[in-house]
Write a protein that binds this ligand. Structure first.
Ligand SMILES: N[C@@H](CCC(=O)N[C@@H](CS)C(=O)NCC(=O)O)C(=O)O
Length: 133
């Protein structure tokens, strides 16, 4: 089974997870601790998720490359046109969305923040809520 390394708060990881759901393909999600630098660097050369571990043991980064790779397995499901309107909405809304979402994600009981050091790695959050640390 393919393994997908993710953080629960990561919107790029949602895209990579969605293609498995859309295709009805089982996969193994692996949530990394947010301060685990060594694992992603050993896989793709930098600290980032999502990372797909392919059947041959090689690794792939970039959410949309993962989506295209998984969709090409068997019968593709992403056959419709790309909506320019949705793309424009996403582009325009992402700034305010992230300003609202990220401080809240950093407080949430997510597995990537299971240790104090993993949560503290989300450093910018100290600016908003010093009392948490
Ligand atoms: N272009 C990449 C962006 C992935 C990305 O920015 N992931 C974030 C998590 S949402 C990340 O790993 N950031 C590094 C970090 O959290 O330290 C993709 O589409 O997969």
């Amino acid at each position: 089974m393919l393994k997908l390394y993710v953080y629960d708060h990561c919107p790029f990881c949602v895209k990579a997870k969605m293609i498995f759901g859309l295709k009805g393909m089982p996969y193994e999600p692996v949530v990394l601790l947010n301060d685990d630098v060594a694992t992603p660097v050993s896989m793709v050369g930098k600290k980032m998720v999502p990372v797909l571990e392919k059947a041959d043991g090689s690794f792939m980064a970039e959410s949309m490359d993962i989506v295209a790779y998984v969709d090409a397995m068997g019968t593709p499901v992403l056959t419709g046109p790309v909506s320019e309107k949705i793309a424009a909405w996403l582009h325009g809304s992402s700034g305010p969305l992230y300003r609202l979402f990220l401080p809240r994600a950093a407080c949430a009981p997510l597995p990537e923040f299971a240790t104090a050091s993993a949560r503290a790695y989300f450093g910018f959050f100290r600016t908003f809520r010093d009392d948490v640390f």
